[in-house]
Write a protein that binds this ligand. Structure first.
Ligand SMILES: *[C@@H]1O[C@H](CO)[C@@H](O)[C@H](O)[C@H]1NC(C)=O
Ligand SMILES: *[C@@H]1O[C@H](CO)[C@@H](O)[C@H](O)[C@H]1NC(C)=O
Length: 226
């Protein structure tokens, strides 16, 4: 897992405050602000590569890469932490800033990969870029064999900034992808994705064939766990 989290987050918090033009009103507000914005898949799109002839249509088996760079609202509002929920049909492997954060490999084998989203808290680079990268893989339908079938990735997240500002992030056509197997170093923040294309939108949470994605409740909400 991600054992450097406590140390990294402490450093990131301090760096964020040192560089911010507007200091948070009081450090006790850090506790309160964790839940200002609820985590929700409401506006999130199921996305893929556009290899589908229509939203939710069959696509080839295999891994596809997805990348998203967080845009800071201003040079003085510094990103501290990302709370991110991910689900995929079928597999996902999540990276943030080149670090491998987690995957759903075990649950995919139970054929529940896309019904429940996993939640992660990840420290962000207060200064510099922040890149989310996901290797999502379309696997065979159980019982049907190794044939093309629908595939998708859905993500929602909350970015917490140094001022206490929180912004929602969702998967949509602002994510980049490639209609070809995931390149080996795709997760590197410096990977050249100039040739990548906007992800295709297959419909928001609840759409067929995936239905409503559940955010599995856990105790890891907000950035305080670092
Ligand atoms: C995609 O989602 C982001 C939030 O993550 C939002 O700012 C942006 O406007 C959306 N873009 C489209 C094309 O819907
Ligand atoms: C993407 O995931 C697939 C399936 O787990 C794996 O075979 C492939 O090596 C992964 N690609 C990268 C670049 O991580």
């Amino acid at each position: 897992m991600y054992t450097l989290k406590p140390i990294l987050a402490a450093i990131v918090f301090m760096a964020g405050y040192a560089g911010a033009s507007v200091l948070p009103e009081a450090s006790s507000n850090i506790v309160q602000r964790q839940n200002l914005v609820p985590l929700s898949f409401g506006n999130a799109e199921w996305i893929w590569t556009g290899e589908e002839s229509s939203p939710g249509a069959d696509v080839p088996l295999g891994p596809r890469g997805f990348r998203y760079q967080i845009i800071n609202p201003s040079p003085f509002i510094l990103p501290i932490c990302l709370t991110i929920a991910v689900a995929a049909d079928n597999e996902y492997d999540l990276y943030v800033n080149g670090f491998n954060i987690g995957n759903n490999f075990e649950r995919v084998s139970l054929d529940a990969g896309f019904q429940d989203a996993d939640i992660y808290n990840v420290p962000l680079n207060a200064e510099g870029q922040n890149v989310i990268a996901i290797n999502a893989t379309n696997g065979p339908d159980p019982g049907l064999g190794p044939f093309p079938n629908p595939a998708g990735l859905i993500v929602t997240g909350i970015i917490t900034f140094s001022t206490g500002l929180q912004e929602t992030l969702v998967s949509n056509s602002s994510w980049l992808t490639l209609a070809a197997p995931t390149p080996t170093d795709f997760f590197s923040p410096t990977f050249n994705d100039a040739a990548w294309i906007p992800a295709s939108e297959e419909g928001t949470d609840g759409v067929s064939p995936w239905g409503v994605t559940t955010i599995v409740p856990n105790n890891v909400i907000g950035c305080l766990n670092f």
